[in-house]
Design a protein around this ligand. Structure first.
Ligand SMILES: *[C@@H]1O[C@H](CO)[C@@H](O)[C@H](O)[C@H]1NC(C)=O
Ligand SMILES: *[C@@H]1O[C@H](CO)[C@@H](O)[C@H](O)[C@H]1NC(C)=O
Ligand SMILES: *[C@@H]1O[C@H](CO)[C@@H](O)[C@H](O)[C@H]1NC(C)=O
Ligand SMILES: *[C@@H]1O[C@H](CO)[C@@H](O)[C@H](O)[C@H]1NC(C)=O
Ligand SMILES: *[C@@H]1O[C@H](CO)[C@@H](O)[C@H](O)[C@H]1NC(C)=O
Length: 701
């Protein structure tokens, strides 16, 4: 077993050939065709000068008291201000945690004994439309990094441009898809131009926050697990390297991360970018680090993503990873003297429409709990204390109280009532009116990136007997809720349901409300177009003359009050067309209710969880805040996290639910048309994730 002396980062006392190789024997150098990078040598030389020169102002040289963060290739470790340093870091995504809770979560991370945090920067979160940047409120990444700095946490920055992260399109903005032939994550010129512009915005914001400039950022990752992508385009990596250096300077440590598998690291590394690996509990740690050693014969051992848990998909059991497995692997990694980042330390929430998906198409749910040491709601778990107990064997843990888990409150049942169907609300959802086209257009073509587009045409023939509506190429991305003259017919679904029988008279209105359930975030298929991406046929004839209504749900929910006043578009009011059909579906509609925070109970409002008894699938807002998707009919997520800062005590809190498939709000008074606030999250089922399988490459290749 390889052990280290406390407080030193190099691997001590090689006792086996594996240990020697981990300790950095030069034999593996040839395998990479290593050439000395002249600039690197100059950097190391000047660093040596810095270290060995006496303190005091030296003309022409930087002051010795200047902050530095570098790699020591002799002692196989990082050097912070010239002294050996090892980071024990945890991942937190500011974009998955409300700003209101940033400090609480960071403090809990610090109190666990972490000395660093690792963050991604999702490009699409900050540039939702080309050239329109968002950096305020929950988007204020600089403030988040400064907050970490104030708490004396260092920051490992992963600004992409691609991040994966189980985030919509892996962080790439959907508007990149406007150029249809674009090869993302390659040296496609249009892609590079967009990347270049974005890097010119984000990296200059990061530069003053670099460690050597007085900030907390010690290292910066270039791309993300690039070796897992098919294109293996070194020109692209070289381009990124140049632009990162141009904006951030030559002093910052740039690195790459890849799965600890030689095939994966091969296309992900580049000379001048420090190669690191990622692996979860249960992996062969010696073997995994030997992969890193093939590419970095000397320097610190780094696991950039040590998996504390795992992600979920709708329709699959909730993933968990055993605390003991996490603790014992972490112990071994630290005993190797390695640097480690726990991915995730807190997962958080995919609010609104931000979740990603994997192929074959499976969307990730709203919760990104990840079974991490801090829960989605920031609660301390058994895993948190187990991880802390391991860390304290190696490093000094800060003294003082750990911030407690936030209290949760069960506000109880809230009755909802049906407000309007989506069809009835088109004047508010789509005030500019529809876009017309002979054949259907995609979301990108109508410049709608998230949420929903209503596709409308008329039935060209009589369908009084069931007639097949067919999507021959599986072109419904991702799910369509179908009605004829306001009568629900059923759904078409990208991966499962490509044909549906409908009924209606000739000339009747055929509506398909098409939902983008999250763009693919990993692998070959990240060019993930949404909407009707191929023609639909009715009775084998291609349907034509479409109207596309891009829906602005956020604006509509915000202007909820106006809905009552604006009542002139009631195509089916009172008629039997509005009634529930014999099927299991109700037409997509908005339901509304409100609740007040009880008075007389101290410390309210508190966090809570909303659950959907009898509801099927949809989207929910509270006071205009888009909490995300619910789908209890699928699971495993049964409740949505409701952070207290979106609740008000001054008046009633408004809940708006957009139910897409079937609401429990029939004419029968027996049906409980209500949601319920409970004080615990509920997952429908859990499986213990077997971490031995999680390093395997994605089967989509
Ligand atoms: C772990 O990997 C090392 C290096 O590849 C190998 O020598 C060792 O046998 C492996 N251990 C186990 C338990 O598989
Ligand atoms: C549609 O209806 C036809 C005729 O009634 C039937 O044969 C077919 O199985 C139905 N298809 C589906 C997808 O329900
Ligand atoms: C729909 O079919 C027409 C006629 O065959 C074709 O020109 C068009 O490209 C198709 N559209 C899509 C989105 O597949
Ligand atoms: C409605 O759903 C239930 C349960 O999912 C199923 O048993 C039933 O057959 C469905 N009815 C119709 C008309 O589709
Ligand atoms: C809140 O709900 C109650 C009961 O449904 C209703 O009477 C009231 O008008 C609602 N208030 C607001 C502000 O929506």
């Amino acid at each position: 077993m390889v052990r280290t002396r406390e407080g030193r980062c190099q691997v001590a006392g090689p006792q086996s050939s594996d240990a020697e190789r981990l300790a950095g024997a030069p034999t593996a150098m040839e395998q990479r065709g290593w050439r000395a990078d002249l600039r690197g040598v100059v950097r190391i030389l000047s660093l040596l000068l810095l270290v060995f020169l006496p303190p005091g102002p030296v003309h022409g040289l930087r002051n010795v008291s200047q902050k530095t963060f570098t790699i020591d290739y002799n002692r196989n470790c990082f050097l912070k201000d010239g002294r050996p340093f090892r980071y024990i870091s945890g991942s937190i995504h500011y974009f998955r945690v409300p700003r209101f809770y940033w400090k609480d979560r960071l403090l809990k991370m610090k109190m666990a004994g972490l000395n660093a945090i690792q963050i991604y920067v999702p490009w699409n979160f900050h540039e939702p439309q080309p050239g329109q940047y968002q950096f305020s409120e929950d988007h204020d990444v600089e403030r988040f990094i400064q907050l970490a700095h104030e708490l004396e946490l260092l920051v490992i920055l992963r600004p992409g441009p691609y991040i994966c992260a189980e985030w919509e399109m892996g962080g790439l903005p959907a508007w990149l898809l406007e150029k249809e032939s674009m090869v993302l994550r390659s040296s496609d010129l249009d892609y590079l131009a967009a990347v270049d512009k974005w890097l010119g915005v984000i990296l200059p914001k990061m530069k003053p926050l670099l460690y050597q400039n007085g900030g907390p950022i010690i290292t910066v990752q270039v791309e993300n697990e690039y070796g897992s992508y098919f294109s293996c385009d070194f020109d692209y990596l070289r381009f990124l390297q140049k632009r990162f250096r141009y904006h951030l300077g030559n002093d910052v440590v740039l690195f790459t991360t890849d799965g600890s598998n030689e095939k994966l690291v091969q296309c992900g590394t580049l000379q001048g970018l420090y190669a690191t690996v990622d692996f979860g509990p249960g992996a062969n740690i010696t073997g995994a680090f030997l992969i890193q050693r093939k590419y970095e014969p000397r320097g610190p051992l780094v696991n950039s993503e040590f998996y504390t848990g795992w992600l979920d998909h709708w329709g699959q059991p909730h993933s968990t990873v055993k605390t003991e497995a996490v603790a014992s692997s972490l112990q071994d990694i630290l005993a190797h003297g390695a640097n480690v980042n726990l991915y995730m330390f807190i997962g958080g929430t995919n609010f609104a429409y931000w979740n990603g998906a994997n192929m074959p198409y499976q969307a990730q749910p709203t919760s990104y709990d990840y079974d991490a040491p801090l829960s989605e709601a920031g609660d301390l778990t058994e895993k948190y204390f187990a991880v802390r107990d391991v860390i304290r064997k190696f490093e000094k843990i800060p003294e003082g109280p750990i911030p407690p888990s936030t209290p949760k409150f069960a506000y109880g049942k809230v009755a909802l009532k049906k407000l309007k169907t989506v069809e009835e609300s088109l004047n508010i959802l789509c005030p500019k009116g529809p876009i017309k086209s002979l054949y259907p257009l995609t979301f990108i073509q109508v410049k709608q990136y998230f949420g929903f587009v209503l596709y409308r045409t008329t039935l060209p023939e009589d369908c009084s007997s069931p007639t097949p509506l067919f999507s021959p190429f599986g072109g419904v991305h991702d799910r369509a809720y179908i009605s004829v003259d306001g009568v629900p017919q059923g759904i078409l679904d990208r991966s499962n349901v490509i044909s549906l029988n409908i009924t209606g008279r000739a000339g009747a209105t055929l509506d398909l409300l098409v939902e983008n359930m999250g763009r693919v975030n990993y692998g070959h298929f990240i060019n993930d177009y949404k909407g009707l991406i191929s023609n639909l046929t009715l009775n084998s004839n291609i349907l034509t003359d479409w109207m596309m209504f891009p829906l602005d749900t956020e604006n509509a929910v915000y202007h909820l009050g106006g809905w009552h006043a604006n009542d002139n578009d009631r195509r089916c009011s009172g008629k039997k067309a509005c009634a529930r059909s014999s099927s299991n579906y109700t037409v997509p509609a908005f339901y509304v209710g409100n609740f007040s925070i009880p008075s007389g109970i101290p410390d309210l409002p508190q966090d809570t969880f909303i659950q959907f008894p009898g509801w099927t699938k949809g989207q929910v807002w509270i006071n205009g805040f888009n909490l995300g998707r619910y789908w209890p009919a699928r699971g495993p997520q049964m409740t949505l996290f409701v952070p207290q800062h979106i609740l008000v005590t001054s008046g009633p809190n408004t809940i708006v639910v957009l139910e897409l498939e079937r609401a429990p709000c029939g004419d029968s008074p027996l049906e409980p048309c209500a949601v319920e606030f409970v004080d615990k999250p509920v997952f429908s089922a859990a499986v213990t994730y077997n971490p031995l399988f999680q390093d395997l490459p994605d089967p989509d290749s």
